[in-house]
Design a protein around this ligand. Structure first.
Ligand code: ZN
Length: 500
């Protein structure tokens, strides 16, 4: 578990107090890239040296300076006193000094006679990134309104699509899966929505947010990816660098649970808590699904089944693809199969029906399943595509030709927008991510072919030439991956000669 780093974030309200500012984090950022969020970032040593007045708490002074600095860096809005005397041409100069690192923020403020008024930033609670995340922050949120005569813009590459949005519209866009929103940001826009009639009450919202975070911080174990899809990362014995496997709950009044794999009681209890909530609101579980045969994808399904029976008198089948059921005979008990062409008829929290399509997507494993919500364009790629790193194709269970075909097929799904795999976070631009995966494999294949041409014979020899800076402990996996490429090269060349 990593120690959370101190950070600050600023919720900016438009001057007419109708809208809140949010923006999309650059998809290339490793922490929640592609997600919508507010401006913010981690605390720097210089922040405590900034001139912050009317704030008696020293720690808060640094954090408020951090929120002001990050906001200026990312969206060009400078929340300081005396700023009105700056000309339009001077803002870019200050900004350039800051982002280029020529001068620390405290010095820039001092140089231009500027200071931060602590009363301009209302404290709105603290959220800590859950343990499952490899990067963690303890973020203090503040609320403020945009100063006169300043307009936000994408000042650096970190945030894009900056916009003011009515809180109700923000919630709606998250709900229908148009955007991905980090949990604290989602809580914030929901709270703002509650106190946005006819305009946003900063005082009431910040009070509500403070109370909410005091009650909930550290107790959130899942991410609501949209109004009918939750991701619950649970600790499993998976392949490094991953430490958790994402369990998914799709639907509410009728729902399915995919890959409740963790064998650890404390992890299973997190899932039970969420299931209890759903059942308490009238939810019925239709199935517990195992996506494929790997050890980090099963192991908790029978426990969940037993829990649903004893606690809620619900008899729920555990299902998987026929090939997975066959492979796991004796390891876990199944009550049915599911595969290509099947659709789960589920219901959201309001009882509205929607379908979850089951796709058979072999390549990583022969019986590998993916799941698609065509209305929202959301694809659960499971182990086929992850937010970070690549996927192991280990023959004979793994097959590179099948894998590439599965990737291409998923890429062409009509209405595809976002995806989430079994490890890591969701990805807002699914097509770009799948393209990256396909390109990465083809590039590896070219390298393998080249190594063959230059005389390398065994998979070991080829892997040694291609993976030059790999952790030696991972070399056996790289050898398996090369073997998969060799198999495909052989397959395609024999296909070609047969055709010729
Ligand atoms: Zn797997």
């Amino acid at each position: 578990m990593t120690t959370p780093l101190d950070a600050a974030s600023l919720i900016l309200i438009s001057r007419d107090r109708r809208d809140v500012l949010w923006a999309q984090r650059n998809p290339a950022i490793s922490f929640l890239g592609g997600y919508h969020s507010f401006s913010g970032g981690k605390l720097e040593p210089d922040d405590s040296r900034c001139d912050v007045r009317n704030e008696h708490d020293a720690e808060m002074r640094g954090l408020k300076a951090c929120a002001v600095r990050e906001t200026f860096e990312e969206i060009g809005v400078l929340l300081v006193r005396n700023g009105e005397k700056l000309t339009k041409g001077q803002f870019p100069l200050l900004h350039d000094d800051l982002v280029s690192g020529r001068e620390p923020f405290s010095k820039i403020l001092e140089h231009w006679g500027l200071w931060i008024d602590g009363r301009d930033l209302e404290y709105a609670g603290c959220w800590t990134t859950p343990e499952f995340s490899p990067v963690r922050f303890k973020t203090r949120f503040f609320i403020s309104t945009v100063p006169e005569k300043q307009e936000p813009y994408a000042a650096i590459g970190e945030l894009r699509n900056i916009e003011f949005v009515e809180p109700s519209a923000a919630v709606r866009r998250w709900s229908s899966s148009e955007v991905l929103v980090a949990p604290p940001v989602l809580f914030s826009v929901r709270a703002l929505n509650e106190f946005a009639n006819p305009s946003i009450s900063v005082a009431k919202s910040s009070q509500k947010l403070r109370a909410h975070s005091a009650r909930m911080d550290g107790k959130i174990h899942h991410i609501e990816l949209n109004s009918r899809l939750s991701c619950i990362p649970l600790r499993t014995k998976t392949l490094p660098p991953a430490t958790h496997t994402n369990c998914f709950i799709v639907g509410s009044r009728r729902f399915v649970v995919i890959d409740p794999a963790s064998r650890e009681v404390s992890e299973q209890e997190k899932l039970f808590g969420l299931v209890d909530d759903l059942v308490g609101k009238g939810g019925v579980c239709d199935a517990i699904i195992v996506s494929h045969l790997h050890r980090d994808h099963f192991g908790g399904e029978s426990v969940l089944k037993a829990y649903l029976r004893s606690r809620h008198e619900m008899e729920v089948p555990v299902v998987a693809h026929p090939l997975t059921v066959e492979s796991l005979k004796g390891e876990t008990e199944f009550h049915g199969t599911v595969g290509e062409g099947d659709t789960y008829k589920l219901k959201d929290s309001e009882g509205l029906p929607f379908g979850l399509e089951v796709l058979h997507t072999p390549g990583h494993a022969r019986g590998h399943l993916s799941f698609f919500d065509p209305e929202f364009g959301f694809l659960l790629t499971m182990d086929n595509v992850l937010s970070h790193g690549s996927v192991l194709i280990d023959p004979p269970e793994g097959n590179m030709e099948d894998y590439l075909a599965s990737l291409r097929r998923m890429r062409e799904l009509e209405g595809l927008r976002s995806l989430c795999g079994s490890h890591g976070t969701a990805v807002s631009d699914a097509k770009a991510k799948i393209d990256e995966y396909i390109e990465h494999r083809l590039e590896r294949e070219r390298q393998v072919a080249k190594a063959l041409e230059s005389g390398a014979r065994s998979a070991e020899e080829i892997a040694g030439r291609i993976y030059t800076d790999l952790d030696p402990g991972l070399m056996p996996l790289a050898v398996r991956s090369v073997a998969a490429h060799l198999e495909r090269l052989e397959q395609t060349s024999s296909d070609r000669s047969a055709a010729g």
